[in-house]
Design a protein around this ligand. Structure first.
Ligand SMILES: *Cc1c(COP(=O)(O)O)cnc(C)c1O
Length: 488
């Protein structure tokens, strides 16, 4: 399988690249992204074959049909990372919450957010490639809370890769901060930044763009790569759980093989939804993908009207911070797939210069064949959390945004899979508020909820509060580079 570029080729690099090159050097011509030239088939035959497959067996066969330039043994090792999930036999369990509504829980990995689903196997593959090539890589991540812990966790003690993770001091939950600052491994560095997430992200961007810094890295023989959701090495693992979740519905008798379903996806950078789109395109019987947002509802606008306009918008901080995004990176891959490279380049350049773009009527129609969208605010999220908690199911505030889509956007007789992207333990203060308790911090909220609802707090979360803090530095934006060079 070869990979091509969403904005076309600028002549300075190869027109087609292998999977390994696309993931080690994820930035493409004109600021575009890498995409596969075609997709393997996930038609009835494939589904029939895997009706009773273990998650890893399904994943290995899917990746095999993708024909990527990674040794099958390395793929097998990467997939064995799922053995560390709560239930090694089924890393992604499905729970029914309504007659026609099922929650696919993507958060059973170490950091309790769905980022582990892709970052765990991806991290193993990236480090193996770096070792094979005898190259040293640096990954720099700016995080608002979930990506940071999952990136640190996957690369800890892995050879030939170093990770520097920047987070806004005071801008994450207690649990998220502790997950980062208690990580102990020689190849990891965590730095708190005085400022908000935007400040953190822009200091990272300017550092990455600086010639001085590039020379600093070159003189140390270190190459830079990225582990964010624009890296196709993450996306490829995000196709698989959609197939698995569909087969779970077949296995529990809710549908017959071939029946159509809806997916409802709490979206930010659109990696999860893109995985669903690729699965649908490859043949998985999906009626539509319902995109759920919080009040940063730019995706709702885009899918309902074809207008993507952030010129008058300000990012609003919500209770579902992982979805507080205005520039959603992976919609570019959908547009490339539907409209081609020339048009994608035009639309994305308009977004960069004018902070907006509009689809034509035909383009919008094509988009709406696969997607529908809506949003809900924090008050509604709290009502949803309380409603389902009283029926015995506790969900996190990101998952809660999916319920409106389930209620409003689907044909009533078709089953829906809602994706749960984080466990309640990661956003316990918000969940406690929704249940009527004003917690003073995450620890208080965790204790109250677990007592009140007879739920167990997993050891990986509970243990954080007793772990030694290994990264206590918090610096001004201007001191980031100095701290990094000390580490390198
Ligand atoms: C990252 C994240 C999302 C958004 O996922 P995308 O793939 O970026 O759309 C939603 N919920 C949680 C909890 C997340 O960590």
């Amino acid at each position: 399988m070869q990979f091509i570029e969403t904005r076309g080729n600028d002549g300075s690099r190869a027109k087609n690249v292998n999977f390994s090159d696309a993931i080690l050097n994820p930035s493409a011509s004109f600021g575009g992204l890498y995409v596969p030239q075609s997709l393997p088939s996930v038609g009835i035959e494939f589904l029939e074959k895997h009706k009773n497959s273990h998650y890893k067996t399904l994943a290995a066969d899917f990746l095999d049909s993708f024909n990527i330039d990674i040794d099958p043994q390395i793929i097998a090792q990467a997939l064995s990372r799922y053995d560390n999930f709560d239930d090694p036999k089924n890393p992604v369990p499905l729970e029914q919450i309504e007659d026609n509504c099922f929650v696919s829980e993507l958060y059973h990995g170490q950091t309790r957010a769905f980022k582990d689903m892709a970052l765990q196997p991806f991290g193993y593959i990236l480090s193996s490639l770096a070792q094979q090539r005898d190259e040293q890589y640096l990954i720099m991540a700016a995080t608002s809370g979930d990506t940071g812990p999952a990136t640190l966790e996957t690369f800890k003690d892995q050879d030939n890769v170093k990770v520097v993770c920047l987070y806004p001091d005071g801008g994450t939950s207690d649990v998220q901060r502790l997950q980062m600052v208690t990580e102990e491994a020689k190849n990891l560095k965590v730095i708190g930044i005085k400022g908000n997430f935007d400040d953190t992200q822009s200091s990272l961007k300017s550092l990455l763009a600086s010639e001085d810094f590039k020379q600093d890295l070159a003189s140390r023989d270190i190459k830079l790569t990225a582990a964010n959701s624009v890296n196709f090495g993450r996306i490829i693992f995000q196709i698989i759980y959609h197939i698995h979740s569909y087969l779970e519905l077949v296995r529990n008798g809710s549908i017959s093989l071939g029946d159509e379903i809806y997916l409802s996806v709490p979206s930010g950078n659109f990696g999860n939804a893109l995985g669903g789109y690729y699965a649908k395109k490859a043949g998985l019987p999906i009626k539509k993908i319902l995109i759920a947002s919080n009040i940063n509802n730019i995706l709702t606008d885009w899918i309902n009207s074809g207008e993507y306009d952030i010129s008058h918008r300000e990012l609003v901080l919500t209770q579902s911070p992982a979805m507080d995004i205005l520039k959603s990176s992976n919609i570019e891959r959908v547009m490339f797939d539907k409209f081609g490279a020339t048009r994608t380049k035009e639309l994305m350049e308009s977004l960069d210069t004018n902070k907006k773009f509009s689809l034509s009527k035909e383009e919008l129609q094509s988009l709406r064949e696969d997607f529908d969208a809506c949003y809900s605010d924090d008050q509604e999220g709290n009502r949803v959390i309380a409603h389902y908690a009283n029926k015995g199911y506790i969900m996190d505030p990101h998952t809660a945004t999916c319920i409106r889509a389930y209620q409003d956007l689907r044909k009533k007789d078709i089953p829906t899979i809602i994706y749960s992207t984080a466990q309640w333990t990661k956003f316990s203060t918000t969940v406690a508020t929704a249940l009527g308790y004003d917690a003073k911090d995450d620890l208080d909220a965790l204790e109250w909820i677990s007592k009140n609802r007879s739920l167990k707090v997993p050891a990986v979360i509970q243990g954080l509060f007793d772990k030694e803090v290994k990264h206590s530095i918090v610096v001004e934006q201007k001191s980031i580079k100095e701290e990094m060079l000390k580490f390198l």
